[in-house]
Design a protein around this ligand. Structure first.
Ligand SMILES: [Zn+2]
Length: 408
């Protein structure tokens, strides 16, 4: 049904916009590259016969009418921006699979009760401003004037970057959709993991998006001479931290989907011949189930307190960020499973460890996601890859999902 060749050619065309010398792609928000990508997709939307517009935060929207044209819309899409030197499938696949599915509707002439809109969101990745999902926040009505004060590496605020591309930052409220105006949001996205590859399946049905909890652990012991302080007289903050990190791994491995990562660690005073007196490290803890994540967090806090008490270390734990996990809507998941069956695919349930625009859209409407197999699970890297067949399978499943959701 979907045109695999057309979808692939479009993916490869977008891959040339923002291409870096070593093959990666850099397409930051409100940059000429993001603009060029949107202009290219706009042309394809128009070729498909969609009515195209951009909203007040720069989201590109192509609309196909439904019989109930003033009814709620079924929304599908993804983002066109990238991280620094990223890949070509994270984002573009979701936009182009959505366009392909809706173009198929045009070509078959199928009528739907509800209108369907293809959206290319402004800045999902947050690479430029370390603040992402600008477009989906705008559409979901969760973007505030305060958010627009975030600055990039050159001190340019989001507000200024918007003005520079002809958007009025004071108008962001106009991008917000009203409650009840969006019936569903469905996104195709690469898995960025290896579950589908290991299951030998091209697509998966996402049950939820994990929410990250970021903690900062500070351990204070006693710095001292590495040569003269007996082993049993030490209060070594780094050895305590090492014990806690081991326990973090063990606690996560007791669960099915929980992942925990210690990605930053500082040691003071940091001398080769000085016992570490103070250590700070971060924890990124994720699960799609809030209750499970809380259980693991409590386990880690308890064991960390015990380790520090045993070693006479002072411990404090600060919460840097706490984003709740998001459940995908049961009805949309069921529609995706039915679509998989219609195209002869087994509907494997998977979870998303990465954040996506759906995390913002869930404040507005029920959401669902279709994952497409990633080669070796590689993402945010030039080697990111999904095959033409798998990309088309994602678009095909989306097509059948949209047909169900747009029946009103
Ligand atoms: Zn993405």
């Amino acid at each position: 049904m979907v045109n695999q060749e057309r979808l692939w050619q479009r993916l490869m065309t977008l891959a040339e916009i923002g291409r870096q010398p070593d093959g990666g792609i850099t397409r930051l928000s409100f940059s000429p590259e993001e603009r060029a990508a949107k202009d290219t997709v706009r042309r394809w939307m128009e070729e498909a016969g969609l009515s195209v517009r951009e909203d007040a935060v720069g989201n590109l929207i192509g609309r196909r009418s439904g019989q109930q044209n003033d009814g709620p819309v079924v929304l599908t899409g993804s983002h066109l921006d990238s991280v620094y030197n990223g890949g070509n499938f994270d984002g573009p696949l979701g936009v182009l699979a959505a366009l392909e599915a809706v173009q198929c509707m045009q070509e078959t002439g199928v009528e739907t009760a509800l209108p369907v809109e293809v959206v290319a969101f402004t800045d999902e990745e947050g690479a430029r401003f370390r603040f992402g999902m600008i477009g989906s926040r705008g559409l979901a009505g969760t973007l505030t004037a305060d958010h627009l004060e975030a600055v990039d590496a050159n001190g340019v605020r989001i507000r200024d970057a918007m003005t520079a591309v002809g958007l009025n930052p004071d108008d962001i409220g106009q991008a917000a959709r009203s409650s009840g105006s969006v019936a569903a949001y469905v996104e195709v996205h690469i898995e960025q993991g290896t579950v589908l590859e290991r299951a030998n399946l091209p697509v998966g049905v996402v049950s939820g998006i994990a929410g990250p909890l970021w903690l900062k652990f500070s351990l204070r012991g006693q710095a001292g001479h590495a040569g003269t302080t007996a082993m049993d007289a030490r209060r070594d903050a780094l050895v305590g931290a090492a014990a806690i990190i081991q326990e973090i791994e063990a606690a996560c491995r007791q669960e099915v989907h929980t992942v925990g990562t210690v990605g930053q660690l500082t040691v003071e005073p940091g001398g080769v011949n000085i016992i570490p007196g103070q250590v700070e490290f971060t924890l990124d803890l994720r699960d799609v189930d809030a209750a499970v994540r809380t259980r693991v967090e409590q386990r880690i806090r308890t064991v960390a307190a015990r380790i520090c008490a045993d070693r006479q270390l002072d411990l404090s734990i600060a919460v840097l960020q706490d984003i709740a996990p998001v459940r995908c809507d049961e009805r949309i998941q069921a529609a995706i499973r039915t679509a998989c069956a219609q195209v002869g695919l087994s509907p494997l349930t998977v979870v998303s460890g990465a954040g996506h625009d759906g995390m913002q859209l869930q404040h507005l409407c029920p959401i669902g996601m279709i994952f497409v197999r990633s080669k070796d699970g590689v993402s945010h890297h030039p080697a990111e890859w999904s095959s033409p067949e798998d990309c088309a399978a994602g678009a095909e499943v989306l097509y059948h999902t949209l047909l169900q959701l747009s029946q009103g």
